[in-house]
Design a protein around this ligand. Structure first.
Ligand SMILES: Cc1cc2nc3c(=O)[nH]c(=O)nc-3n(C[C@H](O)[C@H](O)[C@H](O)COP(=O)(O)O)c2cc1C
Length: 195
């Protein structure tokens, strides 16, 4: 029987396993948080676009790979980016107050591990791997990205290990690509739309 919130604990009835479904954690009686690894494994099942988030400022151009990007509202046009507070670019990104979300086309898959720091190439050379322009903020805009959102960071909220950057969109560049890139099940997949 499903209970009502009535204090520190919520009470739920027995979990039932449906045919073909995996239940990784069965909590009978007490609602608790799943553990971190279970959560990560479950989130790996959410397909997401892959973007290179760039910025510019006193220390020059910089960027990192992110899949935790989503729309917040169209009035004012706002998206969010979740950024690990332990990442080497975190403080510079916040201080610069500007960023560009460059969503990768299928042919740009190699930029994802590069800007994640997973390839043995110095950061100073990462931008040499592609062509870049600028729009309004001066943050690097990736040529031929599926789409680029040039933004100013309007608000930052810290949640656990991450900062949520709420970004107002100042300019958009839509690219020619018909093949997008999705990160799903811890690997890359191409998706195609009719031309
Ligand atoms: C496909 C993919 C998606 C990622 N998504 C995010 C993300 O949404 N937010 C984030 O902070 N880091 C994300 N990362 C990790 C960062 O790109 C980077 O590896 C991490 O911040 C470590 O950076 P550092 O070596 O500069 O500290 C992602 C990496 C990959 C390969």
């Amino acid at each position: 029987m499903r209970g009502r919130p009535g204090g520190a604990r919520l009470h739920f009835g027995p979990s039932r396993k449906l045919p073909g479904c995996a239940i990784w954690r069965v909590v009978d009686g007490v609602l608790g948080l799943v553990d971190r690894q279970e959560y990560r494994n479950a989130m790996a099942r959410l397909g997401a676009a892959v973007s290179v988030i760039t910025t510019t400022g006193v220390d020059g151009d910089a960027g990192f790979t992110a899949s935790a990007v989503c729309s917040v509202t169209d009035d004012p046009p706002t998206l969010l980016v979740c950024m690990n507070r332990g990442g080497s670019l975190h403080d510079a990104m916040k201080a610069n107050g500007v960023l560009c979300v460059n969503t990768l086309a299928a042919a740009q898959e190699h930029l994802s591990p590069l800007f994640a720091g997973f390839v043995d190439v110095p950061m100073a050379e990462w931008f040499d791997a592609a062509a870049w322009t600028t729009l309004v903020t001066g943050s690097p805009v990736l040529a031929d990205a599926v789409v680029s959102f040039d933004c100013r960071i309007a608000q930052v909220t810290e949640v656990g290990t991450h900062s949520v950057l709420f970004c107002e969109v100042l300019a958009i560049q839509a690219g020619p690509a018909h093949e997008g890139l999705i990160y799903f099940g811890r690997s890359y997949h191409r998706i195609t739309v009719a031309a």
